[in-house]
Design a protein around this ligand. Structure first.
Ligand code: NDP
Length: 277
């Protein structure tokens, strides 16, 4: 089965629209001129419009200073007209991502990067503000009723924004989770031992169709630009018939679509927290 993102994203957005949340505003710090960030930005705008939410764009020039950036971030933190903040990567040269995680208001932290929200994720089973992409991947699997409890799941990638939170979300769902990374030997052989494989590395074609066992599911979170300029994932199916043998999410049109629906969910959750709910 093809795990398309749109039905899962639509189901979540339908649920969210029933809340009748007033129009919210998301501040996005955006690296000017970065082609991939540019495409993420358009997708965010489209998703926000579905709930009549708006975006305040704060463009970061390549030579933006840390001082100017943190002044703008503090302003967004204080601004009562802004309910959520996202800082897109890559940050200009001398801005430490670590400082962003320390400084962003946890109650406006739509991508769950603040250490407060990371602490809540790893130290509790509460899932209030969780990195959008990681939660999106899990919601995609749940939408298609791919069982997780008691299943062996391989997460390939261990970044703070995708692999690590995904590991914890899967553990919360009682999966038995293994995390692979660039120093893991013989990934190809390892892949065949799992019921579910979630891959987030940014390495096109890293997980090979031939290694995935019959009936397993692959959630492909990677977004790469292929030699022909087209987007592709970290998993490349052998051919169209692979969807009869295994379950996998396409790129584009898979996990990435759900990420933006989760962004809306998190923005609403931020608004609730600001109201003390
Ligand atoms: P990072 O570069 O931060 O992390 C990549 C991870 O992949 C690292 O943990 C790295 O291991 C691991 N890795 C790299 N090469 C290999 C290898 N050969 N074998 C096994 N593991 C490997 O990337 P992100 O986590 O930020 O993003 C990953 C992908 O997901 C990218 O393609 C990105 O574009 C995409 N993405 C998609 C989003 C969406 O909305 N759908 C949002 C965010 C990201 P090590 O730690 O050892 O270096």
């Amino acid at each position: 089965m093809l795990l398309k993102g749109k039905p899962a994203a639509d189901a979540l957005i339908d649920k969210l629209s029933a809340y009748g949340t007033p129009p919210l505003r998301l501040a996005v710090f955006h690296p000017a001129g970065d082609a991939s960030a540019e495409s993420y930005l358009k997708a965010k705008q489209k998703a926000l419009a579905r709930l009549n939410f708006t975006m305040e764009l704060i463009s970061l020039e390549k030579n933006a200073s840390a001082d100017a950036f943190f002044t703008a971030l503090d302003k967004a933190n204080r601004d009562p007209g802004i309910q959520g903040i996202m800082v897109e990567l890559p940050l200009p040269g001398d801005i430490p991502a670590h400082e962003v995680n320390l400084r962003i208001d946890p109650k406006k932290d739509v991508d769950g990067v603040s250490y407060h929200n990371q602490g809540l994720l790893y130290a509790t089973r509460e899932e209030r503000i969780v990195p959008c992409t990681a939660l999106g991947a899990v919601l995609l699997l749940e939408h298609y009723q791919i069982p997780l409890a008691g299943r062996r799941v391989l997460v390939v990638g261990r970044s703070n924004i995708v692999g690590m939170p995904l590991f914890k979300l899967l553990l919360n769902r009682d999966a038995t989770v293994t995390v692979a990374h660039s120093r893991t030997p013989d990934l190809s052989r390892l892949v065949g031992q799992f019921d579910v494989v979630a891959v987030a590395t940014g390495k096109a074609g890293l997980v090979r169709s031939v290694d995935v066992r019959d009936g397993a599911a692959v959630v492909d979170i990677g977004i790469n630009v292929g030699p022909d300029g087209a987007l592709c994932g970290d998993f490349v199916p052998k051919d169209d018939k692979e969807a009869d043998r295994i379950h996998y999410s396409p790129v584009p049109g898979g996990a990435g679509v759900v990420t933006n629906a989760v962004m809306l969910r998190n923005l609403i959750e931020c608004h609730r927290m600001q109201q003390g709910r």
